[in-house]
Design a protein around this ligand. Structure first.
Ligand SMILES: NC(=O)c1ccc[n+]([C@@H]2O[C@H](COP(=O)([O-])OP(=O)(O)OC[C@H]3O[C@@H](n4cnc5c(N)ncnc54)[C@H](O)[C@@H]3O)[C@@H](O)[C@H]2O)c1
Length: 477
């Protein structure tokens, strides 16, 4: 495994070598030399176990779950998971014992058995060590995700963690290596892949309505400034903002776009370039709202630029733009814009679709036509479980669809929709964007699949009759 320092050393050496070696080629093909030199730098460590792309595991009649982290997100997960058939919540764990009591009350309300209670800093290890658990589900703060997932897999459990899966490229590799070594699932809980419009556009893309999808845009533009100062365990979001820039939260916008564009399955992210504005809004908010608070003295210390914009190039010659802004006032947006050779769709600020087949794609579909189209291309999974999901809730239902699908796949031994490679590639942007911003350079994205992306078709849209009566083999690949 490369340390960050080793990586930079290798980068410089590799970059210079590649430039020398490519002098003639660059002259014939001006503009190509710099990118070629950066791509030559991306070291891929040797594989330690078999690939887990398309991993099938032993079907579990009941999925026995240990939930670690019972804050805003974990509390909701307890409620959702206890409403899914085939689950048993065996253990509940949080540093704070009151959170555990709160979650036990949720189980009682849902007429579920009381779970074993764990509290305190290292109690999560005891949960992982239990021999009556199949799945560790961890909505903890960012820095806890990697140690918990690694230890869970060491203890023979499938591991799912909240977004982002991890904060560094080294941790991405560690999680990929561990999943391959143990042949277990390690999934990032990217719920936005299961929102209704995102799933419908995935279905439309697979049915060819957009032609070749050449470009996508996603974002996490959500003003969390006040919340950063007031909530979260030990203000973990604010703490991160003090020391880092780039895009620390890239996966909500990127995940659904990456699935549509076949990232890690037929294509992969090759290199990126990222820029951040300076930081203004956190300091402004601190000055105006924390007058007598000691944090006023820190009001100039935040490193996280207000707006980060990243452009990614894929091996197949497509592009993706990802944005992050959790500081300035604006309506919530994940953008979700996909552009194909035969049409486009965008979700924020308003859902709009334009297709070549209707008016040559020069105007958006009229409201009724769009409604009809979205109904026709509703994702079969949304059709099957959407009503229940809307009832249970969790970001309008997408959280429930994600959990339901995860449990469904584990109960049947099916591959998960999001592999460890997806979690790694999408989360690697946390470090790669920061590196690009600080060094003012193009950065290569590692191939976490180690070449396997070429052997898998893009994530298919599963017909529910296949789901209910067994997948055809080609889908399981
Ligand atoms: N997918 C989404 O839509 C979404 C939305 C919000 C947050 N998140 C993610 O969920 C995670 C948690 O966010 P949150 O808003 O619930 O934060 P939070 O601060 O409200 O909750 C975190 C909880 O983890 C507990 N905790 C911290 N360290 C622990 C440890 N070592 N062992 C056991 N418990 C520990 C804290 O006591 C707290 O109860 C983050 O990774 C965040 O990015 C995802």
């Amino acid at each position: 495994m490369f340390s960050r320092r080793q990586f930079f050393k290798t980068s410089l050496a590799g970059g210079a070598a590649a430039l020398v070696g490519n002098t003639l080629k660059a002259a014939e093909n001006p503009g190509n030399s710099q990118a070629t030199s950066m791509l030559a730098e991306c070291e891929v460590p040797a594989r330690k176990g078999k690939s887990v792309l398309g991993l099938r595991t032993k079907p579990l009649k009941t999925v026995r779950i240990g939930i670690i982290g019972l804050g805003a997100r974990g509390g909701g997960a307890v409620d959702r998971l206890s409403q899914i058939e085939g689950t048993e919540i065996v253990a509940l764990c949080d540093i704070n014992p009151d959170r555990v009591t709160g979650a036990q009350n949720t189980l009682k309300k849902r007429q579920r058995k009381e779970a074993a209670s764990y509290s305190g800093g290292e109690a999560w290890r005891k949960v992982c060590e239990r021999d009556d658990i199949d799945l560790i589900y961890s909505p903890t703060p960012w820095e806890e995700h990697t140690p918990i997932a690694l230890y869970a897999m060491d203890c023979g459990k499938h591991a799912v963690v909240e977004v982002p899966m991890c904060l560094s490229v080294a941790d991405c590799w560690a999680l990929v290596d561990k999943a391959e070594e143990k042949q277990l699932h390690c999934m990032m809980l990217e719920n936005c892949c299961y929102d209704f419009f995102e799933m419908a556009t995935l279905n439309m893309a697979r049915q060819g309505l957009f032609g070749e999808v050449i470009h996508g845009e996603g974002a996490y533009n959500h003003n969390l400034t006040a919340g950063k100062f007031k909530s979260y365990y030990k203000h973990w979001r604010l703490e991160y903002s003090k020391y880092h820039t780039g895009n620390p939260y890239p996966t909500h916008g990127l995940g659904p776009i990456a699935q549509i564009m076949g990232i890690n399955r037929g294509d992969r992210m090759e290199y990126l370039s990222s820029v951040s504005t300076d930081q203004y809004s956190l300091a402004q908010w601190a000055k105006e709202n924390l007058k007598d608070d000691e944090r006023i003295t820190q009001s100039q210390r935040y490193k996280l630029g207000d707006m980060n914009t990243t452009i990614i190039h894929t091996v197949n010659g497509h592009s993706i733009m990802v944005q992050h802004d959790t500081s300035t006032p604006h309506p919530y947006s994940r953008i979700h814009y996909i552009q194909g050779t035969r049409g486009m769709a965008v979700k924020y600020p308003a859902q709009r679709i334009a297709l070549e087949t209707v008016g040559g794609g020069e105007g958006f579909l009229k409201e009724d036509a769009q409604k009809e189209l979205l109904a026709k291309y509703e994702h079969p999974m949304a059709k099957y479980i959407g009503e229940q999901a809307r009832k249970v809730g969790g970001h309008g239902g997408m959280d429930y669809i994600m959990d339901w699908r995860l449990i469904y796949c584990l109960r049947n031994g099916y591959p998960l929709d999001q592999s460890v490679y997806d979690g790694a590639a999408w989360s690697s942007l946390v470090e790669l964007t920061e590196r690009s911003v600080l060094n003012k350079c193009v950065v290569a994205v590692p191939d976490f699949t180690r070449g396997e992306w070429e052997n898998f078709p893009p994530l298919p849209v599963i017909d529910m009759k296949d789901v209910l009566h067994g997948y055809p083999d080609q889908i399981l690949r």
